[in-house]
Design a protein around this ligand. Structure first.
Ligand code: AMP
Length: 215
């Protein structure tokens, strides 16, 4: 099962990827998480991309393709994977396709989780995460404890730099310009499905599950 989760920032790709990982036991590969990790560890790559992440722009295709190509040849990807936040541009999608073709993996499916933009802005500006374990809270729908400490690990609950309102608006505009064209790219290949993201987490997962079990 080789799956790409597509959708604007904040539609719940990460949440759904974790559920799919649990149920189908295939690795969840989030390029955003990989890059944030590099920033946190202050690696060479992390230092190079920090400003880009904070602004909501995209990291160059070449850098991302190197990261993903390296990750996909690891043994845990043999039976499949969930890509979350990749590809985000047509060159990235073509790079992925050629890597899969080289390895004889042809059965890619693409699921877009769709939510209208004004709803996304509301969701993201109210999102908070644990700086230590990444657990996601929402000040409206799933408020963190008053002491600001994560219920899972006790870490600090914070607003991600790239969840600030001006950055969110830029991320959405970047999505519209650079990532939305992927929808027609994949629709033409007949491997594209869309689910309604304005439902409970469980309902969205159930829709995704139906698509995956019909693969
Ligand atoms: P995400 O958590 O997926 O929203 O990613 C956070 C940030 O990481 C994005 O706003 C980009 O700056 C960068 N990023 C993540 N994935 C990619 C990608 N596939 N291509 C380019 N930049 C990316």
């Amino acid at each position: 099962m080789r799956l790409v989760l597509l959708g604007a920032p904040g539609v719940g790709k990460g949440t759904q990827a974790k559920l799919i990982n649990k149920k189908f036991n295939i690795p969840h590969i989030s390029t955003g998480d990989i890059l944030r990790n590099e920033v946190q560890e202050q690696s060479e790559l992390g230092k190079k991309v920090k400003k880009i992440l904070d602004s909501g722009e995209l990291v160059p295709d070449k850098t991302i393709l190197e990261i993903v190509n390296k990750r996909l040849v690891r043994p845990d990807c043999k039976n499949g994977f969930i890509l979350d936040g990749f590809p985000r541009t047509i060159p990235q999608a073509k790079g992925l396709q050629s890597q899969l073709n080289n390895e004889g993996h042809l059965s890619l499916k693409v699921i877009e989780i769709f939510i209208p933009e004004d709803e996304i802005i509301l969701r993201l500006t109210s999102r908070r995460i644990c700086a230590n374990c990444g657990k996601v809270y929402n000040i409206i729908f799933n408020p963190p404890p008053e002491d600001g400490c994560c219920t899972k690990c006790g870490g600090n609950i914070i607003l991600r730099d790239d969840d600030r309102e001006d950055t969110i608006k830029n991320r959405l505009s970047v999505y519209r310009k650079q990532t939305e064209p992927l929808i027609s790219f994949y629709q033409k290949k007949d491997i594209f499905f869309q689910v309604n993201g304005q439902q409970s987490v469980e309902m969205v997962f159930s829709d995704i599950e139906k698509i995956l079990l019909n693969m």
